[in-house]
Write a protein of this length. Structure first.
Length: 324
């Protein structure tokens, strides 16, 4: 069958990430539009929640198993997935545009002699053609890209395509394939992340602070508002460059691209670099003392005033509402 689709799933610490289920949904819907078959593949050792894949529309999952591949590293994962795709006849590969996906997709593209389109915010079918919409010029414009090659590698922006449960009672066909250990040129031993902190790339609500916070000692206000909302803490590039916050929290063109349901920008002017990383958020709330700040041009709701008065008041009101 031509144009067989393969959803490439991402796992961390033997658990499929939320973005993996978004990939499953997109791949399943695309297969329906193209009237073709679709499967999923995941690389790793043991995957505890692999059964959940079938809820989102894909019934057959191949688990390429090897303890050496428990953690992602580019050469091992590229060889394993590209070999599997070639042997099984998959021509369309879908990945999430996470840090892993951005590294893996172009490598797979070279191995499979495929066109590669990254950071897609919309995928549609016109006849037999796949047309992807993606941002350009730091998010100031969007283009439609028609993929002409037979083999295609596509990454989708996280949190833009929502994972849709189709059949919560479905049981998948899981094929475990023990694969030989790769020729190791490098090996990732473990990933370490800040304990208790939510990753901005996967958060549904984000509260970000900029230079308007005036110093790292004031970021407790951002953290308290984030706690009240159940949100992740983000930061602008200027804040990270100044050493106020870690790079893992940076939102923007040189940081992480996010698409949460709610993005609260506190003391962020709205430089192009920052807008490129968060402009696709569903709802944007901006708090800034400068009524002419560029952030207000894309904000759904804007508050002009002193953030050191507004943020504590907003935090208290949210707590009151949640307690009532």
């Amino acid at each position: 069958m031509p144009n067989k689709i393969l959803a490439v799933l991402e796992q961390r610490e033997s658990l499929l990430k939320r973005s993996a289920f978004e990939v499953v949904s997109v791949a399943a819907n695309l297969a329906k539009d193209l009237n073709t078959s679709v499967e999923a593949v995941v690389v790793g050792d043991s995957i505890s929640n692999i059964n959940e894949v079938s809820k989102f529309g894909i019934k057959k999952i191949s688990h390429l198993k090897n303890s050496e591949l428990m953690n992602y590293f580019s050469s091992g994962y590229t060889d394993a997935i590209s070999t599997f795709a070639k042997e099984s006849g998959f021509e369309i590969l879908i990945l999430s545009n996470t840090s892993l996906g951005r590294d893996l997709a172009p490598r797979l593209s070279v191995k499979l002699d495929a066109a590669c389109v990254v950071d897609c915010t919309q995928i549609k079918v016109s006849g037999s053609d796949i047309i992807c919409k993606r941002p350009i010029y730091a998010g100031k414009a969007f283009i439609d890209v028609k993929i002409l090659s037979n083999a295609k590698v596509i990454t989708i922006r996280p949190n833009v395509f929502k994972a849709q449960i189709i059949d919560s009672s479905s049981n998948p066909e899981i094929i475990v394939k023990e694969i030989s250990s790769p020729d190791l040129r490098e090996k990732v031993i473990e990933f370490k992340k800040a304990e208790g902190k939510m990753d901005v790339s996967e958060a549904d609500i984000i509260v970000s602070g900029g230079r308007g916070m005036k110093g790292p000692e004031n970021f407790h206000l951002i953290e308290e508002l984030a706690d009240a909302l159940g949100a992740a803490v983000g930061a602008s590039r200027a804040v990270v460059d100044a050493g106020w916050r870690p790079h893992s929290e940076q939102v923007g063109q040189t940081g992480k691209t996010v698409s949460p349901t709610l993005y609260v920008a506190c003391g962020i002017s709205g430089a192009i670099q920052h807008l490129a990383g968060m402009s696709s958020s569903k709802y944007i709330v901006a708090i800034n003392k400068d009524k002419d700040a560029p952030i207000f041009n894309i904000a759904d709701y804007g508050i002009t005033g002193d953030i050191f008065e507004i943020i504590p008041a907003l935090t208290e009101e949210i707590k009151k509402v949640k307690q009532s």
